[in-house]
Design a protein around this ligand. Structure first.
Ligand code: NDP
Length: 457
């Protein structure tokens, strides 16, 4: 894919970029490795001051950055502003908590015959982050804030369709006072990732994106014995049981499905509803999905903007057509508005069977799959049937059922009577083909650290 800003609301190419040459990449790796040697010795107070300064700058530039994201990948301006605010919060969170999260952990010294024994977290070095376009700022900040606070240096290979957001972020940390080379954006295509990953100066990698990209990065890194964290796709279940607050469940279901124009790894994608409330839920859910306003993402009143790429919209069209062709019922939507840009109407599909792609694949657009189940066992079996295991949602006021979902849903995250959201305070990540490792919270900052055992006799 060419490195370019193409407005998804119009299809217009606004700016193109040349990928870095091999020599230019090497220069940046030299700088990253050299910078790490001094940056790793800075203290938490100093790093926190730079991070707070970056948060302040970002906050003051909220509108400009939000508009840039909307232009590059089509998210509504309202949600882009919220994304910037979330990044500011995430930066401040790590500025305030990194020292406590990475404090020495005392061990039982007498038990190991020592006068003192403890574990110390130390930074690893330059870490490569391969990031996707769907939350162009947040996905990168979710990596950068803890990485920098831990004393690592960052190399960002962002998605090729959000180059200006990527460049903004690289400059933001430098403008905030972080030493030159602490955080660099590499404008490179995905074909250039392998060389960077194999380079001895790069010590680890994190990737958020599709399963094929994750498999490729993890296998190369595995060959080099370098640690990876992977956050891949999801096909999160959203289960509604008879005791649920149906108004809340319906309203939240719509948000959970169409957030970010339907392009979120943690969007609820499969709505699994108990037969007792299925018809009621389906009627209300479809009515709300139909009422959503699709249009210009810069308009304040727009609920759903375009999909980020033509390819993304084509994929969504094909997956719905495949289901309809095999006998699924399209309850609303199922078509692309006749206008420039890559819009797709919010869609609800029912009567889905296992041979349809919709049953097992992640759909990255505003398309909800609806399933009817007879009891909690059936709900759990269907929820767990996919190869993914990122987030999960369950609506029930019955505490026994709540415990059952918490215990038996095969997912990295379970949200009861709500929807999966990432918070700096909570670990974020998945199981199965959704990846491994955790981002955010204390767990996220420790992923790229050397946990050094110290024994003093
Ligand atoms: P990709 O996984 O292709 O892109 C994500 C990032 O990985 C980009 O920076 C991309 O670079 C890079 N990349 C792609 N292939 C490789 C590779 N073989 N080696 C190294 N880096 C690679 O996502 P797409 O944008 O193509 O979206 C396709 C699907 O991925 C979506 O439909 C969705 O299912 C899933 N996805 C999941 C996301 C999530 O949040 N978990 C986010 C985005 C997508 P480049 O842009 O240069 O190709």
């Amino acid at each position: 894919m060419a490195i370019a800003t193409i407005n998804p609301a119009t299809g217009e190419t606004l700016k193109t970029f040349e990928p870095l040459s091999e020599h230019e990449v090497d220069e940046r790796l030299v700088l990253a490795a050299a910078e790490f040697e001094t940056y790793r010795a800075t203290d938490f107070k100093q790093r926190a001051a730079w991070m707070q300064s970056a948060a302040g700058l970002l906050e003051s530039e909220q509108e400009q950055v939000a508009r840039l994201m909307t232009t590059e990948m089509g998210k509504t301006l309202v949600s882009a502003r919220a994304e910037v605010a979330k990044c500011v919060k995430g930066m401040r969170y790590y500025a305030e908590h990194a020292e406590e999260f990475l404090a020495d952990e005392p061990a039982d010294a007498p038990a190991v015959g020592a006068r003192r024994a403890y574990a110390r977290y130390q930074p690893l070095g330059p870490v490569l982050a391969v990031m996707p376009w769907n939350f162009p700022l947040w996905q990168a900040v979710r990596f950068a804030a803890p990485a920098l606070m831990a004393g690592n240096v960052g190399l960002l290979k962002h998605a090729s369709n959000v180059p200006q957001t990527a460049l903004y972020l690289g400059e933001l940390f430098a403008r905030a006072g972080f030493p030159h080379g602490c955080f660099q954006t590499l404008l490179i295509g995905s074909g250039q990732v392998e060389a960077v990953l194999r380079d001895q100066r790069v010590v680890a990698a994190t990737l958020t994106g599709s399963e094929p990209a994750g498999r490729s990065v993890a296998s190369i890194a595995g060959g080099e014995v370098k640690k990876t964290v992977l956050e891949l796709g999801g096909s999160d279940p959203y289960i509604v049981m008879p005791s649920a607050d149906l108004d809340g469940a319906v309203a939240t279901a719509v948000t959970a499905r169409v957030q970010n124009n339907g392009q979120s790894c943690i969007a609820a994608k499969r709505f699994i509803v108990h037969a007792e409330v299925y018809d009621d839920f389906a009627d209300r859910f479809v009515a709300r999905m139909e009422a959503l306003r699709v249009g210009d993402p810069e308009e304040e009143s727009t609920d759903v903007g375009p999909l980020a790429t033509r390819q993304g919209r084509d994929d969504v069209e094909k997956i719905v057509a495949d289901a309809a062709g095999r006998g699924a019922r399209v309850l609303c939507g199922g078509w692309s508005p006749d206008r420039p840009g890559w819009f797709y109407q919010p869609t609800v599909v029912a009567d889905i069977t296992p041979e349809m792609r919709l049953f097992s694949e992640e759909v990255f657009g505003p398309v909800a799959s609806l399933y009817r189940v007879g009891d909690i066992d059936e709900a759990l079996a269907l929820a767990n049937i996919t190869s993914f295991g990122l987030g999960s949602n369950a609506w029930t006021t019955d505490v026994v059922e709540q415990e059952r979902f918490i215990s038996d849903l095969e997912a990295g995250m379970v949200f009861i009577n709500g929807m999966v959201v990432s918070y700096p305070e909570l670990p974020f990540g998945g199981v199965k083909n959704s990846g491994y490792g955790r981002e955010l919270s204390a767990h996220g900052i420790r992923e790229f650290c050397n946990l050094k055992t110290v024994w003093i006799g």
